[in-house]
Design a protein. Structure first.
Length: 197
């Protein structure tokens, strides 16, 4: 959450982070700044966001899809309260296909895909006139999205998520991964373990 805030601040968007490592005073200050408009964006993890009740939220952006579909519903429920309208956007990458399908099953709604690679979602139809609440973007280990050409920037995240031409994941140096690499599909594709929030 802090890293996302730093990027938002660099882009000129006032933001505050809300997560479990903040003291109660810091959390209350972040909420107060958001409520009174001093900051326009509140970046919160699932745990820290529980119990927050703020009227007038117009947009909810899921930087990562939650592992539990019900958490997605809980997150987007913070917008469009009491008959107001709101927008929910979710960034996801190819490794999150199952999570996206689980959310669609739970909500009974197909989420439109917008992005550079809509074919990553098998059977996804790209309709330019459809609403586009889900966005398909690849993010590296640090949360940075890939370049437009689909290649990662420099850094250790690039090595850890390298794949052979057959699509099989490879550890640094080209060796086949061991242990957790084989068992955790998200780890294979994203170069890092799953994280909530």
């Amino acid at each position: 959450a802090d890293k996302v805030c730093r990027h938002l601040e660099k882009a000129g968007l006032g933001s505050a982070a809300l997560h479990g490592n903040k003291s109660q005073g810091q959390r209350e200050r972040a909420l107060k700044e958001f409520r009174n408009g001093k900051v326009k964006v509140l970046v919160a993890t699932d745990i820290a966001a529980r119990g927050i009740d703020i009227d007038g939220i117009s947009h909810v952006v899921n930087f990562e899809l939650p592992n539990v579909p019900e958490s997605y519903v809980h997150r987007i429920g913070r917008t469009a309260r009491a008959g107001a309208s709101g927008v929910a956007i979710a960034f996801c990458d190819g490794s999150e296909r199952k999570l996206l399908r689980d959310i669609e099953r739970l909500t009974g709604q197909k989420l439109a895909v917008v992005g550079d690679e809509p074919a990553l979602l098998e059977g996804a139809e790209h309709d330019a006139s459809a609403p586009r609440p889900a966005q398909n973007r690849n993010r590296g280990r640090s949360g940075n999205r890939n370049n437009r050409n689909g290649k990662r920037g420099s850094g250790h995240g690039q090595q850890r998520s390298a794949q052979a031409s057959d699509g099989a994941p490879r550890a640094p140096g080209g060796a086949k991964p061991k242990g957790r690499w084989k068992r955790n599909k998200r780890f294979n594709d994203r170069g890092r373990a799953a994280a909530a929030g």
